[in-house]
Design a protein around this ligand. Structure first.
Ligand code: HEM
Length: 417
């Protein structure tokens, strides 16, 4: 194993709290290890890390040398954990656009991409706003005294994007409380053992989706679940495993990441009072502010691993076929070659070429939706409760320890009198 021989120990430990507490400082240190270096990663094992903006962009864009499907790079499995996962889960985790390359990837992405295009999301905005307002109204009775804090994670940041993606998929409203219970453990995954703990929840979700597919086959209803079943019926466009895997990806990716963008946005605006005030006087700046929050907090720290298809030199390192390379989106976001004064929060940063939504053919499909949901929610929240303050009983926010994401377990907020 040539890779193991040349592996050097590094101080890149994504489970370390410093990535949540001070992303700028922590990712700045990652950059000092060079544009490409080696590290041992939880779940993935030994891997190359691409850290600079250029190295990250090239890893994500060069689809000849860096692929998602390990078989193209001569490997049987994605990681060691894939070998011990029950087959049913393997089929469902690895049969969607995010795990495919080339033509197969394009086919799966095209099936649903129209629903996520900017103009379609714009048409949904009135409905998204109504969902946000409804969730805030539901919180009102628990929030009637200025001195009482309320947890925005469980009361708003999780249920609201979940409601939006369920509506887009066409899943019944009455099932949402069930999802809230099932998905609440997702933000706590820190290790391979954590993934295994999620399997019973995944099993319930898969059975639920299978049942939904049966129902829409008999009685089609508006939403992406029906569109997917129609594509499956045409045979050559979508296979059975791909159908389930795609629905699962949209349901999970469609709410979990937005939940953390929302909580990070609230936290940032409450920590940087001037930014909050500037936004409240001019909501036209919301998109630029949210993009800077995406960069400055780097909510998603890393993209999915890529597999190296041929031996090659890359930013001064010799990479071998079959090895993995992980694009570090967070360190790319603080690269001084691309961002002036990267640790400063600059709401007018133009252009803001942050990497938090990824890049290349797998760039986030839901980015217009995530941006719209966040903008609509922030405006609704601060117009309703302009005096909102963070209620930190602890010396610092209650950060979660999920690998690869800046998460908050709770976010207790009070409305000042
Ligand atoms: C703050 C919110 C979000 C962030 C930061 C985010 C981030 C990302 C990133 C970094 C990738 C690329 C992963 C890679 O190349 O390895 C990605 C892909 C993806 N995202 Fe998002 N995402 C967000 C919200 C959403 C939403 C709301 C949806 C809606 C369904 C969504 C659906 C997807 C899908 C389907 C892919 C796979 C695209 C492909 O493989 O072609 N995401 N996202």
């Amino acid at each position: 194993m040539p890779f193991l021989k040349k592996r050097a120990a590094t101080g890149f430990d994504l489970t370390s709290p410093e990535f949540r507490v001070n992303p700028g400082l922590a990712f700045g240190k990652v950059l000092t290890q060079g544009p490409v270096f080696q590290s041992r990663m939880p779940i993935v094992g030994n891997s190359w890390i691409a850290s600079s903006w250029e190295a990250v962009a090239e890893t994500l864009r060069n689809t000849q040398d860096f692929v998602r499907d390990p078989r193209i790079a001569g490997r049987q499995n994605e990681f060691w954990i894939s070998r011990i996962l029950p087959r049913k889960f393997k089929r469902l985790f690895f049969n969607n656009m995010l795990t495919r390359d080339g033509e197969d990837h394009r086919r799966l992405r095209t099936l649903v991409s129209q629903a996520f295009q900017r103009q379609n999301i714009q048409q949904m905005e009135t409905r998204i706003n109504a969902i946000a307002i409804q969730h805030l109204q539901n919180m009102e009775s628990n929030f009637n005294s200025p001195s009482t804090g309320i947890d925005f994670i469980s009361n708003f940041c999780r249920p609201y994007p979940l409601a939006v993606i369920c509506e887009l998929l066409g899943l019944p409203e009455s099932d949402r409380p069930k999802f809230m219970k099932w998905f609440s453990g997702m933000s706590r995954v820190r290790s391979a053992a954590g993934i295994f703990k999620l399997l019973p929840m995944m099993n319930r979700t898969i059975k639920y989706l299978q049942d939904q597919f049966e129902q829409v086959r008999k009685n089609p209803r508006p939403g992406l679940i029906t569109s997917l079943v129609e594509a499956e019926a045409e045979g050559d466009r979508l296979q059975q495993d791909e159908l389930l895997s795609t629905a699962l990806l949209l349901l999970l990716a469609g709410h979990e990441t937005t939940l953390h963008l929302l909580s990070n946005s609230l936290l940032t605006l409450l920590q940087l009072e001037d930014e909050k005030l500037a936004l409240m006087t001019n909501w036209a700046q919301a998109d630029a502010t949210i993009d800077e929050i995406l960069r400055w907090t780097s909510v998603v720290h890393i993209a999915k691993p890529r597999f190296v298809t041929r031996d090659r030199k890359f930013h001064g390192q010799m990479l071998n076929r079959g090895e993995t390379i992980i694009p570090c989106l967070g360190s790319a976001n603080f690269d001084p070659e691309v961002f002036t004064a990267p640790t400063e929060f600059q709401r007018n940063r133009t252009p803001n070429r942050h990497m938090t939504f990824g890049n290349g053919p797998h760039v986030c499909l839901g980015m217009s939706l995530a941006r719209a949901e966040t903008r609509i929610a922030l405006q609704a929240i601060f117009e309703k409760w302009p005096q909102l303050v963070a209620d930190f009983r602890l010396s610092q926010p209650d950060f979660g320890r999920r690998i690869g994401m800046r998460t908050l377990n709770t976010l207790m907020l009070k409305r000042n009198a």
